[in-house]
Design a protein around this ligand. Structure first.
Ligand code: SF4
Ligand code: FES
Length: 456
């Protein structure tokens, strides 16, 4: 078993300041970030280990002044390169440089369909710049995914979000409900949609999927508190993915550092292969030996791997427990109580309401503190008309633990080529059978399609 994708958190610096940011509460500073040379070695080691795709994320990966060199080195190592970005520190020459360097795919994140909600959620006026980036992308040969982060305060804007996506060159749209870790966990009671909103959004998404079939792939990630079974987080602990933080710590998932007692190796001290194969953190919840009942004897344990270890810790206080969002978990009542409170007290407007109806009060939300040093460090190479000149704060948009893991939909030829090369290198059918994921599960998604819409 080896990882298929490397999530490269290049930096925690970011011009956005989102109330659901998935970065850890303790951010790593610029001075601790890995150098270009170390990242280049990591990409090479990743490819040698069997990784096919590098997801560049952050923070805002474009905050790295060496981002073009990083794309080049990842591509030279043979990786499919996916840039997950807010689109802020970007202009047309930089975009062209990234594409020329070999960028395969760009995932642009949105905080909503309108400037006002995006600004309120991210603390930065960024929406107009994102629309400019979309316009630039139309004339470029690069695969594009749009990622809209969904929650109670913007779920009414789904039709407008879809209209934005339909007018773009994106061939894949991800409407991803916030998952509750980090700052999202702190703001959960203000972000979790109501059952009414969720039902209305599911109906809307199903219609959109039907109408756009064959043209745009529309994906919807439910808030898993409403799901019957948990998500197979990260495709299973240390099964398919590994994450490297800005300072070089190798983690099995974005939130792993919240789990007490785990220690993490650093790519500066050990090779990626050694870390993947034998580090304590990766071994801790690998396989099934750590499982408790009911997971231990459950038929679904090969599908969802007991859910999310970090969520089990956050909600049940035990990282080895069954994920409490599972309907079979003895702790499911914790999640039910949260949903009951949300659904009985919410004063939100109905889902998918027309524009101008909803102006959320974000003053009650917790927001990561501004990182002034970060603001100075990010090269905002923007057109003169950019609204960013008025940016009041610094923080990145949300890329949940899951957004970074989607293998791009368009431009599959390079991925297929990589797959064929890898398959040819597998010498025997026995070995092939031991690694079935190479054959049928390359598009790594840590949510199975059924999870996306299976709500309780
Ligand atoms: Fe998954 Fe465990 Fe729930 Fe079974 S009991 S569905 S393995 S989380
Ligand atoms: Fe850590 Fe799910 S986020 S296992």
């Amino acid at each position: 078993m080896h990882p298929l994708a490397l999530i490269a958190e290049l930096t925690h610096r970011c011009p956005l300041h989102c109330v659901y940011c998935s970065n850890p509460l303790e951010l790593q500073s610029r001075s601790t970030e890995l150098s270009t040379g170390v990242w280049s070695r990591v990409f090479l080691e990743a490819a040698q280990l069997g990784v096919l795709q590098a997801d560049f994320t952050g923070g805002e990966p474009l905050a790295r002044t060496d981002i073009v060199d990083l794309v080049k080195s990842a591509r030279a190592a043979g990786l499919y390169v996916n840039l997950i970005t807010s689109g802020l520190p970007l202009d047309e020459p930089r975009l062209d440089a990234l594409i020329a360097a070999g960028l395969d795919h760009l995932q642009l994140s949105f905080q909503g369909a309108r400037e006002e909600i995006a600004a309120e959620i991210s603390g930065t006026r960024s929406h107009a710049q994102k629309l400019r980036v979309l316009a630039w992308l139309k004339s470029r040969r690069i695969a594009v995914t749009l990622n809209f982060v969904i929650h109670r305060r913007n779920i009414d804007q789904l039709p407008e979000m879809l209209a934005i996506a339909e007018s773009s060159s994106a061939t894949r749209i991800e409407f991803a409900n916030v998952q509750y870790y980090g700052w999202a966990f702190a703001n959960r009671e203000h972000l979790l949609p109501t059952r009414t909103q969720l039902d209305a959004s599911l109906a809307f998404i199903q219609q959109a999927q039907k109408r756009l079939e064959g043209r745009i792939r529309v994906e919807f990630v439910v808030p898993d508190y409403y799901a019957k079974y948990p998500k197979p987080c990260m495709g299973g602990w240390a099964r398919k993915l590994m994450l490297v933080t800005p300072s070089g710590e190798a983690l099995p998932c974005h939130a792993a550092k919240i789990i007490p007692g785990l220690s993490f190796d650093n790519v500066k001290d050990r090779s990626l292969r050694e870390i993947w194969q034998s580090s304590e953190a990766f071994e801790k919840f690998r396989g099934q030996s750590w499982m408790q009942e009911p997971c231990k004897s459950c038929d679904r344990r090969e599908q969802d791997f007991g859910g999310c270890r970090c969520q089990a810790f956050l909600l049940a206080g035990d990282p080895a427990a069954t994920d409490p969002v599972c309907s079979l978990s003895p702790k499911r009542q914790t999640v039910d109580a949260i949903l009951t409170a949300i659904n009985s007290s919410s004063t939100d407007t109905p889902a998918c309401a027309p524009p101008t109806s909803h102006r959320p009060d974000v003053t009650i939300l917790h927001r990561p503190a501004a990182r002034n040093a970060t603001a100075r460090q990010i090269p905002l190479a923007l057109p003169p008309q950019s609204l960013l000149t008025a940016a009041p704060s610094t923080r990145r948009s949300h890329r949940s633990a899951h957004h970074a893991l989607q293998i791009p939909y368009q431009r599959p030829h390079r991925l297929i080529k990589l797959l064929v090369v890898r398959l040819l290198s597998i010498r025997s059918m026995d070995r092939l059978r031991q690694r079935p994921e190479h054959v049928v599960r390359l598009p790594v998604k840590n949510r199975q399609p059924e999870h996306r819409q299976r709500v309780r």
